[in-house]
Design a protein around this ligand. Structure first.
Ligand code: GDP
Length: 527
């Protein structure tokens, strides 16, 4: 098979959602449809220990959660799908955001009873920043939830993205008659499992069901039809290009639990989501085409201590071009070091296996003995390639940190430096006194940091919670150290850039009012 055919088959995406919206359940459905698992409940087993292979730290085992953003590769309808998991709950971390740098599309799962929740919004914003296509799945239609029209309106109002309903619910909960499939011009009936009727019904030009079906008496049906007409007059038009550029989200309704509407969603997803595309580089600026012969890729995540007996780490690489073959040699752009890729891992639904071949869009795990950092570019051949740096995400939680034993300063500093470089956590110092402050987007990052510092560097630390803060960078020219107060603590980040940690929105507004000419940046694009 040619490289082109291989790449065109790839669909690499992440599911973004608030905890409990149904991400695991829909992932499981996808695995079922692709034949990767035979029984629902397999993925859920993650929480009961079936996924013991990825349980790499005590914390993880104790909490029964996965620190890993695991990657699953499955075949669906002639496509090779790579699902990159984004951890939720307490294990939400910078890795979750960075994972979104390695995908070509996102599936946004929303609980129809709840609408848009905080974590969905944060993850959405990161996807929107990249302009990747976002497919919305309105889940739990088998239960009573909010009105469809409200939910779609909320996408536009809260997230600021145009929406195009691909299908429309006819009732919900116990009264769920089915879906009016606007895109495919048909009706999908919500039949009971025992029913032997065909669930797909064609419609005539007026949207009336054909065949033996007569829904004229059904108010649910007529109401749905009315809403669909209203949408076609007042709503957005279908526009595949706007979908591809992330300006329009196609919206699907369904139930991940019963599987209703899932296949319709998946079919449209593989049709309209993009195959891997070109990736921009810096210095020199150009784009790397996925069909270029030489292998290129970047590291978006490093996971340490997968196996506690060895200090091995796995560097997750998103391949951007060429084809990977076991045993090939690549260069690490940052260090100019040559490395032979012998021991690589691909992640399957319930196992890991050695990768023999992979192309653009695929994600492989490289065993790392300290050669890689997050954001590193690797490439084969002579001509150096350097992909644009990953953005640094704004931490929200902060801790003061110091070594417990002052005699062990050296191991403390070494561990700190390495873990910060690896991207496990953000480091700040107070501007004048140079006290260490750690920043994270999720609480678990602190715990992992503390445990790793102890296990890997034999350094015990004292941590003092500072709570939630709002970090805003300012230009050095604008800085007057007198601006610092207890409500907006002046620090420097690890590149020496000044950053204020604001106590709350009020403190931030107050500062902005007092210094109207000072620009405050919430996201720092490194380099
Ligand atoms: P995650 O935290 O986003 O991975 O959510 P899960 O997939 O674990 O689902 C959270 C809970 O919602 C579980 O109890 C699921 O069984 C339930 N759930 C998921 N999808 C549906 C659905 O379509 N309908 C109903 N009624 N429950 C669902």
């Amino acid at each position: 098979m040619t490289l082109q055919t291989e790449v065109d088959k790839r669909r690499t995406f992440a599911i973004i959602s608030h905890p409990d919206a149904g991400k695991t359940t829909i992932t499981e459905q996808l695995l079922l449809y692709s034949g990767a698992i035979r029984q629902a409940g397999t993925v859920k087993g993650k929480k009961s220990g079936k996924f013991a292979k990825s349980d790499w730290m005590e914390i993880e085992q104790k909490r029964g959660i996965s620190v890993t953003s695991s990657v699953m590769q499955v075949d669906y309808d002639g496509h090779q799908i790579n699902i990159v998991d984004t951890p939720g709950h307490e294990d939400f971390s910078e890795d979750t955001y960075r994972t979104l740098m390695a995908v070509d599309a996102a599936v946004m799962v929303i609980d129809t009873a709840k609408g848009i929740e905080p974590q969905t919004k944060k993850l959405f914003q990161v996807c929107a920043m990249r302009g990747i296509p976002i497919f919305t799945f309105m889940n739990k239609l088998d239960r009573d939830g909010r009105e469809a029209i409200d939910l779609v309106g909320e996408l536009e109002e809260v997230l600021g993205i145009d929406a195009y309903p691909m299908n429309w619910p006819m009732g919900m909960g116990k009264n769920l008659l089915g879906l009016y499939d606007i895109h495919n011009k048909r009706i999908e009936l919500n039949l009971s499992e025992e029913s032997e009727d065909d669930s797909i019904v064609s419609v005539d030009d007026d949207g009336q069901a054909l065949g033996d079906h007569d829904f004229k008496e059904s108010t649910i049906y007529s109401q749905a039809l009315e809403e669909v007409e209203l949408l076609s007059e007042a709503g957005n038009d279908f526009d595949a290009e706007a979908i591809a550029s992330g300006q329009l989200t196609p919206v699907f309704f369904g139930s991940a639990l019963t599987g209703f509407g899932v296949q319709t969603f998946l079919d449209a997803f593989v049709d309209f989501s993009p195959a891997p595309g070109p990736v921009e580089t810096r210095d020199p600026e150009r784009v790397v085409d996925p069909l270029e012969e030489k292998l290129t890729g970047f590291i978006f995540k490093i996971q340490a201590n997968m196996d506690p007996r060895h200090r091995d780490r796995i560097a997750f690489v998103r391949i951007c071009s060429g084809s990977f073959e076991e045993g090939m040699e690549v260069n690490v752009e940052r260090t100019n070091k040559k490395i032979r890729l012998n021991n690589t891992t691909r992640f399957m639904a319930d196992s890991r296996e050695n990768v023999k071949a992979a192309v653009a869009g695929d994600i492989i795990g490289l065993y790392d003995t300290g050669n890689f950092q997050i954001g590193d570019t690797i490439y084969s051949g002579k001509e150096a390639v350097s992909f644009k740096a990953l953005p640094q995400f704004t931490p929200e939680l902060f801790m003061k940190v110091s070594p417990k034993n002052v005699m062990k300063q050296k191991s403390f500093h070494k561990g700190m430096e390495q873990l910060v470089q690896e991207g496990a956590i953000q480091l700040y110092k107070t501007w004048h006194t140079e006290e260490y402050i750690l920043g994270a987007v999720g609480q678990l990052q602190f715990e992992v940091f503390q445990a790793r510092l102890l296990n890997e560097y034999n350094s015990e630390v004292t941590m003092e919670a500072m709570g939630r803060k709002m970090a805003r960078w300012i230009k050095e020219d604008d800085l007057d150290p007198k601006m610092s107060s207890s409500r907006n603590l002046l620090c420097k980040d690890r590149f020496g850039q000044p950053v204020f940690l604001f106590e709350n929105q009020f403190a931030l507004n107050w500062f902005a009012g007092k210094y109207p000419d000072v620009t405050l940046d919430s996201l720092l694009e490194t380099e």
